[in-house]
Design a protein around this ligand. Sequence first.
Ligand SMILES: *[C@@H]1O[C@H](CO)[C@@H](O)[C@H](O)[C@H]1NC(C)=O
Ligand SMILES: *[C@@H]1O[C@H](CO)[C@@H](O)[C@H](O)[C@H]1NC(C)=O
Ligand SMILES: *[C@@H]1O[C@H](CO)[C@@H](O)[C@H](O)[C@H]1NC(C)=O
Length: 316
Amino acid sequence: MASIGILLFFTAIYIRTGNTNAGFVNVECQAEKVGQYGQQSLLQCVVKTTQDVVNPEIRVVTWTNETDHPLLVFHKGTSKPQQGYSFAEPSWNKRNMNVSLLITNTAVEHEGVYKCTVMTDSGDGEGSTSLKVTAKYNKPTIHSNPENITLNTNVTLMCNSDGGYPKGQLRWFNENNTESTNSSPMEAKQTESGLFNLSSNLSLLKGSIFTNYTCKVFNASGDKEEEATFEVQNPIPATQTEEELGPASKIVAPVVVIGSLIVGLLLALLIYRMRSQQARRHSTTPLMSDHRELPICDYDDGDHQERDKTCQVSPV
Ligand SMILES: *[C@@H]1O[C@H](CO)[C@@H](O)[C@H](O)[C@H]1NC(C)=O
Ligand SMILES: *[C@@H]1O[C@H](CO)[C@@H](O)[C@H](O)[C@H]1NC(C)=O
Ligand SMILES: *[C@@H]1O[C@H](CO)[C@@H](O)[C@H](O)[C@H]1NC(C)=O
């Protein structure tokens, strides 16, 4: 039994050594890379050989994407890159084991798995890595509908944030930092560039209006990226609201104007009448004495009854 064990042991060593002697090439790549939209992305792969391989020389490098489309090929001493791809090492040559790929302007469409195949004079190897793309969302903007908020109307606040990737989330908070329940679901539209445009409406019911509403944008991992606060400018109390007084004031205002005009006219008429009456009284006194001549008083006739009557003293 012991001899079989020793035999197996040596056989194992023999196989290992045999493999090493044949030369072993490994392409070691970073598992995953997160690239920023619009920035450079470095997909790291390095060719590793066993110690016994001295001064290895690379003959072929092929970088392909998920659809096996060649992005960067080094073959027969020259490299043929597709636009936007290159070796990360500025002056890469066949003795450089760092075969990392550089994507110059990262876009959403660059997301995916990349494969790097390497052929050397000491053996071949293959490695793969994946790229995830992120883009930060822009500071949200908030608009209200209607623009002027009163306590007596229903208001909708509209929050927008764009330029982000992957799909994030918009959430509303009131000034107490408690999340406001959102009546309508968030909308996420993907633009041509692959970036998302998020929008969310918050309905404010009349009478339940806070002073501040904050719209926060969260990225796909649930981290807050940006926020914007909408301040409700002095919500007008219900008694003064345009909505309430609006139609009424439209009636009241002309009534007041017309009413005061009528009152003014009546007053003018009254004053005019009073003045003309006064004028008439002044002119009637001489008129009466002219036309109605009083009888001459005759005190000598002894008729006392006549004395009480109005008469004028006879001129002497
Ligand atoms: C490969 O080259 C790139 C560009 O020079 C460098 O940033 C990176 O660190 C290198 N990787 C290794 C493993 O040396
Ligand atoms: C907001 O918070 C303040 C202080 O904690 C509290 O007095 C107030 O009632 C809260 N408002 C609402 C509507 O929850
Ligand atoms: C979300 O934001 C955090 C903090 O800025 C960042 O570490 C993380 O990578 C972001 N995630 C995505 C998917 O953008």
